[in-house]
Design a protein around this ligand. Structure first.
Ligand SMILES: NC(=O)c1ccc[n+]([C@@H]2O[C@H](COP(=O)([O-])OP(=O)(O)OC[C@H]3O[C@@H](n4cnc5c(N)ncnc54)[C@H](OP(=O)(O)O)[C@@H]3O)[C@@H](O)[C@H]2O)c1
Length: 250
């Protein structure tokens, strides 16, 4: 058996694929041979990312917090590219940073809409087709903050912990019907999303200096793992949360 990861003839949908981790995941999936749809809100940056990633990648604008746009995203993906084999729930938001007692239910609703309900809606829309075809792979991008509370990030941790539990529950239910469901829990990865943690020299040194692997994670550290989990090379792996954090939680 060869060691190469092949995603030839596979179709992947990556939410939040316009930059950062989602863009790296799309690039890794396309490098392995998949045809990939990336989806995020800003049309211009999305189209630019798709052009950079090559002819196997197309961008379809979508706000994942809106049910009608998610429905349209799947319909467009299926008609333009084909039935979805790999779904990567990557888009997320992190509002409501601060002390627990300063968070409110409006923040909670927005966090749940974007970080949890979008994944649930896409799974409900896409998994029946995967089951009919006898195979599929779902990858949920969570966070080490879903395993251990992020200081000042109660709602973020709550939504990521919820997605970890959905991952395990979906894996149990869909596994016998050929659909695997896994999560990736990144540590600190150098993207726009996490700039607060790394653009200040002292804060960055404190965080990275405490890690066994003493560098910032890069989006491609996650992209490579997603290509593996999406492929048949990972056919015995489901219900798993793969921590990729330079050892920060070791
Ligand atoms: N970076 C880290 O250190 C880190 C650590 C742990 C986990 N994560 C997780 O990794 C994932 C990706 O984060 P990142 O660091 O790559 O973030 P990023 O660089 O900010 O990229 C986020 C992407 O998602 C899109 N997006 C944001 N909100 C969206 C929405 N409502 N609907 C559709 N698309 C949306 C953005 O494009 P538009 O603005 O154009 O929509 C962008 O393409 C998230 O789930 C995050 O929680 C990141």
């Amino acid at each position: 058996m060869g060691l190469e990861i092949s995603l030839e003839n596979r179709v992947a949908l990556v939410t939040g694929g316009g930059r950062g981790i989602g863009k790296a995941i799309a690039g890794a999936l396309a490098s392995a041979g998949a045809r990939v749809v990336i989806a995020s809100r800003k049309k211009e940056s999305l189209e630019q990312a798709a052009a950079e990633l090559g002819s196997n990648v197309v961008g379809i604008p979508c706000h994942v917090g809106r049910a009608d746009e998610l429905e349209e995203l799947v319909t467009q993906t299926e008609s333009q590219v084909g039935p979805i084999d790999i779904l990567v729930n990557n888009a997320a938001t992190n509002i409501g940073q601060g002390p627990a007692l300063q968070t409110d239910t409006a923040m909670l609703d927005k966090m749940v809409d974007t970080n949890v309900k979008a994944a649930l809606r896409l799974v409900h829309r896409v998994v029946p087709g995967m089951i009919d075809r006898g195979h599929g792979s779902i990858i949920n991008i969570v966070s080490i903050s879903g395993l251990k509370p992020q200081p000042g990030g109660l709602l973020y941790s709550f939504t990521k912990a919820g997605l970890i539990m959905l991952t395990r529950a979906w894996a149990r239910e869909f596994g016998p019907r050929g659909v695997r469901v896994n999560a990736i829990a990144p540590g600190l990865i150098q993207t726009e999303f996490s700039a607060y943690f790394w653009d200040d020299e002292a804060r960055r040194a404190e965080l990275v200096g405490d890690q066994p692997i003493q560098r910032l994670g890069q989006p491609n550290d996650i992209g490579i793992a997603a290509a593996f989990l999406g492929s048949d090379a990972a056919s015995f792996i489901t219900g798993h949360t793969l921590v990729i954090d330079g050892g920060a939680t070791a």
